[in-house]
Design a protein around this ligand. Structure first.
Ligand SMILES: [Zn+2]
Length: 163
């Protein structure tokens, strides 16, 4: 943290108090003695989304919003409910401890939420936005993904045993 007075980087914390999710810090410049306050908050970042072709991309809130909106088109669901669904999905993504998240897994989460909301929207989302010809094709993809995840877990366990 640079001093706002003399721009030197050598500042120390003289007081620190948490206020909710934030921490307020009182700092003092070791060079000129200037005192100033900083606020820190926990950075919450979305994981990178791993596409089915293994490419990674930034999470795009607009994409989720559009696909959910279209799945719910002409279905009598209040905007409040669909906004809630979107924020639930985003909360879930923000709480993932991994730096990456498979797009198929994200799609499954959206589908599970939609299924609880409206069956037509759920099937529509599966067929159109996940690009599956039929529900059988979708189930096969999910099984493949689950096998992959199970294998990864086994590899992780072997790794920790090797250490
Ligand atoms: Zn200074």
């Amino acid at each position: 943290m640079r001093c706002p007075n003399c721009s030197r980087g050598d500042t120390g914390v003289i007081d620190s108090r948490p206020t909710g999710a934030r921490v307020r810090r009182r700092r003092e410049c070791k060079h000129c003695g200037e005192r100033f306050t900083t606020r820190e908050e926990l950075a919450r970042e979305f994981p990178k989304i791993v596409k089915r072709d293994k490419r990674r991309e930034e999470y795009q809130p607009g994409k989720l919003r559009t696909s959910v909106g279209l799945a719910l088109q002409k279905i009598d669901i209040s905007e409040g409910r669909s906004e809630q669904l979107i924020s639930d999905i985003e909360e879930l993504l923000l709480n993932i401890k991994e730096p990456e998240y498979p797009s198929l897994q994200l799609g499954i989460q959206v589908m599970q939420q939609l299924r609880a909301l409206n069956h037509v929207a759920y099937v529509r989302y599966a067929s159109v936005y996940l690009g599956f010809e039929d529900i059988g094709d979708f189930i096969r993809q999910v099984e493949t993904l689950q096998e992959e995840l199970a294998r990864q877990q086994v590899n992780d366990e072997q790794l920790s045993l090797d250490l």
